[in-house]
Design a protein around this ligand. Structure first.
Ligand SMILES: Cc1ncc(COP(=O)(O)O)c(C=O)c1O
Length: 392
């Protein structure tokens, strides 16, 4: 019998999604020994002990049931208190916050909540690989605006203005940035705020890396003004700050009417975020601060090592002030980013991610995650030095 393909049954939306440019490299790396991975974007630390123990306690106490769709009120209260303490921004935990399965779910809910078919979303690139996909899955159209190294990878407000059409609904921002490590400067955010107000747009601000900043005070977008807060959905989480990627917990905060919509989608698709993870996240907010600070100090040490190391190799590297990524320009190697990443992996067993995987503006760069042990970064730099001696 002739083999038939089932792809014809895929919805156009799903068929239109590009495969992630990150996966391919992990698949190659998985077949090799002795690989140093600067590829994957997650903390190498395991979750701090008090948080782990809270999760275990939760299970042992029989907390094995659904929670309220929005998440346990105690957790939402703690998230609200934390945002008030850190940024002076106030949300009502009862109807302005929902606990989600990571920021990933919060992104999906937000797009489905806000977009009608054909609505346009302005997205600064290079950016986290899911942004465009979430927009497409919700029937929207991503409008990519590349940011440039000469501009410290800041979103250019004039470019945003140029890309606004009658279909524009959302300006998407994500700072500190994956993959560039850029933080958002207050002036730029104020300009974005002005544009949003002038054109009556929503702003979605993914601030998952808010706690991972180095010598910089993070600016929480909705803290810039009460009227701005009413047109903003703030996304945040625990994966990066508290080394909790596997727990799958995050949140969305915003105006009650919109959060009500998010909760409705969440209710029909997820029901409630994992109960164990909610209890662990609550503990993270109660007692996690010294652990966050300890991890940030260690990331900062690694950040300095990798940025100076890469620059010494002739790979021009912008100083990242947030997240845990360095984003060197690799044009001195004479290769494009795809070839650079593949050869570096095959020849020196160092995994990095080609910049083009993060959208326009990423070409000619690679992303190196420094949430990897200090001595591993030293060894990776040593291997990259040998590589650059051959190709630089
Ligand atoms: C910018 C950004 N947003 C969201 C996420 C997803 O995080 P979560 O684990 O909370 O789903 C990531 C993960 O890499 C990220 O880098």
């Amino acid at each position: 019998m002739q083999e038939t393909s089932s792809t014809q049954y895929l919805s156009e939306r799903v068929a239109g999604l590009k495969p992630s440019g990150i996966r391919k490299f992990f698949d190659i790396a998985a077949t090799m020994k002795d690989v140093i991975s600067l590829g994957i974007g997650e903390p190498d630390f395991t979750t701090p002990k008090p948080i782990l123990e809270a999760g275990i306690r939760s299970l042992q106490n029989g907390e094995t049931h659904y929670t309220s769709n929005s998440g346990k009120l105690e957790l939402r209260q703690a998230i609200a208190d934390n945002l008030a303490n850190l940024y002076g921004v106030h949300y009502d935990p009862v109807n302005e916050i929902v606990a989600t399965v990571g920021v990933s779910e919060a992104l999906y809910l937000t797009m489905v909540d806000l977009l009608n078919p054909g609505d346009e979303v302005i997205i600064p690139t290079p950016c986290f690989v899911s942004y465009q996909a979430e927009v497409i899955l919700a029937g929207g159209v991503p409008v990519e605006i590349p940011s440039k190294i000469e501009n410290n990878f800041q979103l250019d407000p004039d470019e945003v203005r140029r890309h606004i059409t009658p279909r524009t609904k959302i300006i998407f921002i994500g700072y500190p940035s994956n993959p560039t490590g850029a933080v958002a400067e207050r002036d730029v955010l104020l300009e974005i705020a002005k544009i949003a107000e002038e054109h009556d747009l929503m702003v979605v601000s993914d601030e998952i890396y808010d706690r991972l900043v180095y010598g910089f005070q993070h600016v929480c977008f909705p803290s810039l003004g009460e009227s701005l807060k009413r047109r903003t959905i703030l996304l945040g989480g625990f994966s990066k700050s508290h080394a909790m990627t596997g727990w799958r917990i995050g949140f969305a905060a915003g105006p009650a009417d919109l959060i009500k919509g998010l909760v409705r989608i969440h209710q029909y698709t997820i029901m409630s975020a994992p109960t164990t993870a909610q209890d662990a996240a609550l503990e993270a907010l109660k007692s996690g601060e010294p652990h966050v600070q300890g991890m940030v100090a260690e990331y900062d040490r690694r950040r300095k090592l990798i940025v100076s190391g890469l620059n010494k190799l002739g790979l021009k590297t912008f100083e990242p002030r947030g997240a845990f990524y360095a984003f060197p320009q690799i044009t001195a190697s004479g290769m494009d980013d795809e070839m650079f990443a593949e050869k570096l992996l095959r020849e020196e067993h160092v995994a990095v991610v080609p910049g083009n995987a993060f959208g326009p503006g990423g070409e000619g760069f690679v992303r190196c995650c420094y949430a990897t042990a200090y001595d591993q970064i030293e060894e990776a730099l040593h291997r990259m030095e040998k590589f650059m001696q051959r190709y630089g």
